[in-house]
Design a protein around this ligand. Structure first.
Ligand SMILES: Nc1nc2c(c(=O)[nH]1)N[C@H]1C(S)=C(S)[C@@H](COP(=O)(O)O)O[C@H]1N2
Ligand SMILES: [Mo]
Length: 426
């Protein structure tokens, strides 16, 4: 189990990142003071498709490893075999770029009432980058993995292990289905065209397009292919192996300890929530949207044209529709989707608004291609799955995967027009 103590190095790490990111991110409240967590500092981060590295949130539990790219090796284990250097990753495999919306599975945890402890994210732990690296499919094939062999495509898993030294005795290991790994995952060594910054996984991290941040293992040092996801004792190394897969990052009601599974056949997080898996794993991101502008701070005056603009995403499903309300959810109208359209990355939306003076509450709600719409609010602590029938997201003990739209609304005060209108000119 992860240590309950704050790390001695945590404060210095945060200061260093804050300085490097020059105002793009700000600290988020972490009740136990355990995580290195910085989120987008301003709402207008969500008015753009590509998130500058400076505005990309950061989230990890252990120390950032001191990594030397020349000496770094990835061990291929299980049904895979061999070792991979950074030179070979860069030179012997095709370079591809994928767009990926990274969202911490705990984004929205701070909107749970009662509070759930840990990191109190609002909506600031989401970002979209272009990640360049080698396709996982090419790397695994070259190391002896036949995607169609073994126990069959949905019974096989890829476990990625991070090289971050733990202060407890757990290792950071996460498993994804081998089918997803072969489909579109990348071993990334660049972020938005530059080498990975230390805090984002230098020299190499796994990118799992459209899946919650936790699946995107930073500082990858082992890739293991087996017919089970990681369970206690399943890695050839000391320490606890299954904490991050089987205990943390599971969605469950209060007072429940989720049971470990070797395998689950449904990996869509929402399908799991609807009942396919007892205590869902946080795999692909649930449909969600955030308004970037107006940001509720910059002045807006009556009569001017205002573009309400934001982003909407749905994990590895597509966004089908975004609706906009300027009256706190009384009435809704369709926003227009525009801009880049990549699987696994968010879409931009916009809506033209010409308000009169007054106070407004702007809300956005997205629907994915499977017809699943963001619920209005997060339920109370006892509803669990029944919440879904009441337009609510189930309150859960870890505060994971919340996608309610009401908590993400923006209050905007529209001032009377102040400029004198010259009667000669009008
Ligand atoms: N090795 C390792 N990888 C990790 C983590 C970690 O603690 N260790 N944190 C995960 C979590 S919870 C998230 S949300 C994402 C955040 O990625 P970022 O810091 O690049 O935004 O990294 C994931 N990868
Ligand atoms: Mo996370």
């Amino acid at each position: 189990m992860a240590s309950e103590r704050p790390r001695p190095t945590r404060r210095g790490e945060i200061e260093e990142i804050l300085e490097r990111k020059a105002g793009g991110v700000a600290e988020t409240r972490d009740e136990a003071d355990k995580y290195t967590v910085l989120g987008a500092a301003r709402r207008d981060t969500f008015a753009n498709w590509l998130t500058p590295v400076e505005e990309h949130f950061v989230c990890h539990r252990n120390d950032i490893p001191e990594a030397d790219a020349d000496a770094w090796r990835i061990a291929l284990t299980g049904d895979a075999s061999g070792t991979l250097s950074m030179a070979s990753l860069g030179e012997e495999y095709p370079a591809v770029a994928v767009a990926h919306t990274m969202e911490c599975a705990g984004n929205g945890r701070g909107q749970h009432r009662p509070e759930t402890g840990s990191v109190q994210w609002g909506f600031e732990a989401a970002a979209t980058s272009l990640w360049t690296g080698a396709p996982v499919s090419s790397v695994l094939r070259a190391h002896g993995v036949d995607p169609d062999g073994g126990a069959g495509s949905d019974g096989r898993w890829l476990t990625a292990v991070g090289g971050d030294p733990s202060d407890g005795d757990d290792v950071f290991a996460r498993s994804i289905p081998l089918s997803k790994a072969f489909d579109d995952c990348v071993l990334a060594y660049e972020m938005n065209g530059d080498p990975l910054p230390r805090e984002h996984g230098f020299p190499v991290r796994l990118i799992v397009p459209g899946w919650y941040g936790v699946n995107n293992v930073k500082w990858v040092e082992e890739l293991r292919v087996t017919d089970s996801m990681v369970t206690e004792g399943s890695l050839d190394r000391p320490g606890e192996h299954a904490y991050w897969q089987q205990v943390a990052y599971r969605i469950h009601p209060r007072g429940v300890e989720p049971e470990a599974n070797d395998s689950v056949s449904e990996v869509d997080t929402w399908e799991q929530l609807e009942g396919a898996v007892e205590h869902p794993y946080t795999f692909d991101a649930n449909v969600k949207s955030v308004i970037g502008t107006p940001d509720g701070e910059s002045p807006v005056s009556a009569g001017e044209r205002v573009e309400i603009r934001g982003v909407a995403w749905a994990g590895d499903d597509r966004v089908d529709r975004v609706e906009l309300s300027t009256d706190g959810g009384e009435t809704w109208a369709d926003a227009e989707l525009f801009g880049p359209d990549y699987a696994g990355a968010w879409r931009l939306f916009r809506y033209d608004w010409r308000p009169d003076a007054g106070e407004y509450e702007l809300l956005s709600r997205a629907t994915d291609e499977r017809g699943r719409r963001q619920p209005a609010r997060i339920s109370g602590p006892d509803a669990w799955r029944d919440a879904l029938d009441e337009d609510a997201f189930p309150w859960n003990e870890g505060g994971y995967a919340a996608n309610a739209y009401e908590p993400n609304g923006v209050r905007v005060e529209v001032a009377e027009m102040t400029e004198e209108i010259d009667p000669e000119e009008s």
